[in-house]
Write a protein that binds this ligand. Structure first.
Ligand code: NAD
Ligand code: UDP
Length: 313
């Protein structure tokens, strides 16, 4: 059935893919964004679609609209961007969630929160299952993001318990693909841009820290499946690709795939940088029959193609 859907952060990396996916399914989509890290180029190709609308708005301020579903993705997601104005980042997660949950309550919409593997901090349990409470420094440089997202989860679960709001809490692990911001400082975009320009590849620390990378199409499909799942499946639910890689190995792989002459240089590891991360996706597999299908090489090739086109423009 065709629905009217609000996507906050719809002009961002994940949000733009989600808007595209939801439109392709015949839904009406309202893309709300303050364009802090989101870009018009990400959604330009959807502009003339009769079921697509763009709204410039900041979710730290209330917003009212009649919708059936809300995907709450608005929040800067890379350390460089979320640390740019830490207090604003907290406000976006906390006030933004309060406003969107209030809206969901009023119009009886389902609402999905784009939470994050960062709620596990520098994890002492590996891989991370949903019942692990995490290891987060509440006053560290990542806390504006991590604690903002943790508070948002608390808001979601309490609006559910006390107000009967239909919620979905999705803990997203590192996701990559076309439309990542070239300057967001995230490891995949950084390495690809550096490799394509034959610049030094900046590995922080000794590169033995690990991450697990999910290709965007896999994640978006899972996100939509979760939204449509039975009401009692509120999450938190992990989504990501459990294939785990060391950052140094990722650097070497990207140099190879880009046919680059770049060399690897080592820079200091940022404070509180998690040493390991890998999702336990048993719950998503069992409840949604979801698992990622795109391997890292395939996903990187598509992402490299995107960055090549970008640098030609
Ligand atoms: P992104 O920065 O590309 O997208 C975020 C979007 O939100 C941008 O378009 C930005 O302009 C918008 N935004 C920020 N603050 C806003 C505000 N106050 N009001 C309205 N719009 C605002 O990042 P992304 O990677 O697409 O992430 C989307 C969501 O998914 C974020 O909530 C992020 O925390 C979450 N997430 C992403 C990843 C990942 O690996 N990409 C991992 C975990 C969680
Ligand atoms: N990283 C790196 N070089 C870079 C950018 C990131 O070595 O140019 C490392 C970073 O220290 C971290 C990992 O890559 O250990 C993933 O970083 P990213 O910011 O992409 O994601 P997050 O740390 O939020 O998972």
């Amino acid at each position: 059935m065709k629905k009217r859907i609000l996507v906050t952060g719809g002009a961002g990396f994940l949000g733009s893919h989600l808007c595209e996916f939801l439109l392709a399914q015949g839904n009406e989509v309202i893309c709300l964004d303050n364009f802090f890290t989101g870009r018009k180029e990400n959604i330009m190709h959807l502009r003339d679609h009769s079921l697509f609308e763009i709204v410039r708005h900041d979710i730290t301020m209330p917003y009212f609209i009649e919708v059936d579903e809300i995907y709450n993705l608005a929040c800067p997601a890379s350390p460089v961007h979320y640390q740019y104005n830490a207090i604003k980042t907290i406000k976006t997660s906390v006030l933004g969630s309060i406003h969107m949950l209030g809206l969901a309550k009023r119009v009886k919409a389902r609402i999905l929160q784009a939470s994050t593997s960062e709620v596990y901090g520098d994890p002492l349990v590996h891989p991370q299952p949903e019942h692990y409470w995490g290891n987060v420094n509440p006053i560290g440089p990542r806390s504006c993001y991590d604690e903002g997202k943790r508070c948002a989860e608390s808001l979601f679960i309490n609006y559910h318990h006390y107000n009967g709001v239909k919620i979905k809490i999705l803990r997203i692990f590192n996701t990559y693909g076309p439309r990542m911001h070239p300057n967001d400082g995230r490891v995949i975009s950084n390495f690809i841009v550096q490799a394509l320009k034959n610049r030094d590849i900046t590995v922080y620390g000794d590169g033995t820290q690990t991450r697990s990378f999910c290709y965007v199409d896999d994640l978006i499909k899972g996100m939509a499946d979760f939204m449509e799942s039975p009401e009692q499946l509120t999450g938190p639910l992990n989504m990501g690709n459990p294939m785990e890689f060391r950052i140094i190995d990722l650097a070497e792989k990207i140099i190879k795939l880009c046919n680059s002459g770049s060399r690897i240089v080592f820079e200091p590891l940022p404070a509180d940088d998690p040493m390991q991360r890998k999702p336990d996706i048993t719950l998503a597999e069992r409840e949604l029959d979801w698992k990622p299908v795109t391997g890292l090489d395939k996903g990187l090739e598509k992402t490299i193609e995107y960055f090549k086109r970008l640098s030609l423009d």
